[in-house]
Design a protein around this ligand. Structure first.
Ligand code: SF4
Length: 207
């Protein structure tokens, strides 16, 4: 298995990171993995690092507008110690992305999503071991993460529906949510109430 820190499997994304580093030398020089305690019972899976978010800070959903929106709700549900992602600690929660390198236009190719499956699997199975006795919940933010998670779990991909949850195996639930992108939030497709409802459902499923 290729380690995440040294992975250069996607040439397009590796080249893109070099271009970004030429413009922003302080940004992250390696792919960006999960953060939060590995023993957490919930994990949020987004799409990919944002240019001025995770690609800058090294933490998924820290540093951009999506993260700001998300953390207000995480704090309200008790899943983060602050509504400010820059200083928050996660509580019984991990956060990661389906694709660990920044893609141009926020759009990884199908091949790049498949190439990164091995790293997403490590995030999910780090938390969701086969012998687990307590419930675990994976919350997919957006359709790309939704599909990537089902493929990682080697399960048939269920139709995406905001708020829908599936028990994919004993003690393991997958819950889907619209991505808290600026577009979804500005158009009202995802409201704070809708996000809070999904997070609270996740907490309930985690038991
Ligand atoms: S996107 Fe994933 S598989 Fe591709 S280079 Fe980055 S870490 Fe490796």
């Amino acid at each position: 298995m290729t380690t995440l820190a040294t992975c250069r499997r996607c040439e397009r994304l590796t080249d893109f990171r070099s271009d970004i580093l030429a413009r922003y030398p302080d940004y992250q020089k390696t792919p960006i993995g999960a953060w939060g305690a590995a023993a957490s019972r919930m994990i949020l899976v987004g799409l990919a690092p944002g240019l001025h978010g995770a690609a800058r800070t090294g933490k998924a959903f820290v540093g951009d507008a999506s993260g700001q929106f998300l953390f207000e709700s995480l704090y309200e549900c008790g899943l983060a110690t602050s509504p400010d992602p820059e200083i928050a600690r996660l509580v019984n929660l991990r956060i990661t992305n389906a694709v660990k390198c920044l893609p141009p236009g926020n759009l990884p190719t199908t091949g790049e999503v498949s190439a990164c499956r091995e790293h997403l699997r490590a995030d999910l199975f780090g938390m969701n071991g086969q012998r687990m006795r307590r419930n675990r919940v994976i919350i997919c933010l957006g359709t790309l993460a939704h599909r990537a998670v089902y493929r990682c779990l080697e399960q048939p991909v269920q139709p995406f529906s905001h708020g829908a949850s599936y028990a994919v195996r004993p003690h393991l639930h997958v819950l889907s949510c619209y991505h808290p992108s600026r577009l979804n939030v500005n158009t009202g497709r995802l409201t704070k109430r809708m996000l809070l409802d999904v997070l609270r459902r996740g907490i309930e499923l985690a038991g």
